[in-house]
Design a protein around this ligand. Sequence first.
Ligand code: DGJ
Length: 733
Amino acid sequence: MNLLRKLSLIACIATAATVMAQNVEITTPGMSMLLQAKQGENLKFIYFGNKLAAADAEVVRATEDARYDAYPAYGLDCSREAALAATFADGNMSLDLKVADVATETAADFSITRITLRDKVYPFTVAVCYKAYSTVDMIETWTEIINGDKKKPVTLRKFASGYLPIRRGTVWLSSLYGQWANEARLCEEPLEPGMKVIKNKDGVRNSHTAHAEVMFSLDGKAQENVGRVIGAALCYSGNYRLAIDTDESDWHHFFAGINEDNSEYHLRAGETFATPALALTFSNEGASGASRNFHKWGRKYKLANGDKLRKILLNSWEGVYLDIKEAEMHQMMADIASMGGELFVMDDGWFGDKYRRIKDDSSLGDWVVDKNKLPNGIGGLLAEAKKLGIKFGIWYEPEMSNTVSELFEAHPDWVIKAPKRDLQLGRGGTQVVLDLANPKVQDFIFDMIDDLMTKYPEIDYVKWDANMEIKNHGSNYLTADNQSHLYIEYHRGFERVCKRIRAKYPELTIQACASGGGRANWGVLPYFDEFWVSDNTDALQRVYMQWGTSYFFPAIAMASHISASPNHTTARIVPLKYRCDVAMSARLGMEIQPKNMSDAEKDLCRRAIADYKTIRPIVQMGDLYRLISPYDHLGMASLMYVDESKQKAVFFWWKTEHFYNQHFPRVTMAGLDPAKSYRVRELNRIDEKPLKWDGKVFTGEFLMTNGIEIPYNYSDWQNGCDLSSHVIYLEAQ
Ligand code: DGJ
């Protein structure tokens, strides 16, 4: 762009900011949000949804009632739910916030509009912020709450990140719920009168039981590729509360933010409290469309290294559990290398000196190699990995300790614990959570990772686990009057450590694991490359869990591993091909003892890994089209990924039930170019002969209106493949 054009653009933006000061319009390529920001009046919400043409925006602004405050504060219209509530030092529990200023800064890929609201009486301001991307359909909103008093604190009782009114009609809510080993189950329900609350209070992890992301389908139960859908994701790693109040009005009132329960916040004189971002998207292409918006935004702007393909790995956990031995580590490395894998990750069990990690009841925090298990230390393992041409990764649980550990002996005050109370203990009957509010604890964790990486810069991957919730409310570091800041300060401390690690080691792959899928959220993902979806690796149950997870998170971030059969969690026997075909639909890995596999099984995995290398860019970077949901109980599920140019695609089909002569729907594809012709080729074949359509060319139009016939059973079903599955690669000619 030449200088003159640049200057005139800047002038335009500046003018726009002044002229539009009252009529705020926040836009992305496909979305508009209209606000009314009249100086000295309340900030009002007018519209959020599909991108409005300029003429429509003008008419909408003139005709829609600006009924609701864009960030409702408690105090002058007391019967309504509020996003913000505060108590001043003189006991006044009310706020009266008026628009003082509107400012917009523009960068290459986004603009940030900051609308400053000022209390009419008290020195208290709130900047309501909107970050709108110009390349993806996402608006992040958050607030910066400032206590402008010179001396006195203000107590924040409510401090949501954002509020959105959604017009009532036939609105359905899609959310994720679950528990350990059954994470991210999709729940779809109509919004009925009353309050729907989705919350977390774990303190450390926040996505086992429910998720901080939701979708609202405005046209009845969400369909995958048609219909209007609003998506919302709170970008936060700690306790959250999403609430939808369906009151007597024509509107649902959606609030999202940090869970204020037991967390009232004392805002010091002059202090700013920034709430985490709430990311909002809108799509006319159903739930899959909203997911694609989350995925694109996530890969481009949030996820650590979201533009880099992930390696295919073997993790040692389900193969050997805590029984780490050098010889076995070497054998596992050799096995994964021989199957075409690229990385080996040594899980829990490798550390402890005075207290050895033999069971899960000791040693966390004592991050020194157990020389009995690994006589040649990490250096020896790295040398072996190098010899085999693969990378090496290692497990840590940095935020935790055990009462049986040298760390606890040295620093009992670093542990989260209420004074005068007995410690409530976690895993193994001895686990405790370190107090990340304490800067010394933050330094300890940073130094531990920093020392490791300084000594062994070849380490490629860290699995960062977190296996306990906060069971004891109490911080030795926080002052007596700020004990209610514990949950918030924990996550501030956690984020500070993550930021320091990322600043120094931007390329290190870090997995967020938290007893499985406890840390699938957009608050941690700027610092983590991926997360462990669940400790449950049963491929059939994974179809359901990964389906739910894919609503908000891209496949590149979803670690999915081929494991043993019978499965260690569910005891289900699942054919190896099916296990491969499910793991290949996300970030493929293995979690098995390969020495217990037959040569034929290893060969199947070798072929799956080779095929995955072909489809990896499509799965990890492509657009997701979910086709048939396992939650619709049609006996099968199907989805596909299409690359940006619509040249290549990969289609997945999994049976979810197995009955003889069962009828399944024929699946029509989506996302292809109707005018292109695609050669279809089945991957991971175990049949004796190819299916009739294998290798043939079909138009995108045909595939999207008719699909291809998928046989219910394998032609060589005698090989024990009841839960059949198919992976089909499509390439435009
Ligand atoms: C819980 C994780 O989810 C597992 O994958 C494994 O790393 C264990 N912790 C190790 O203790």
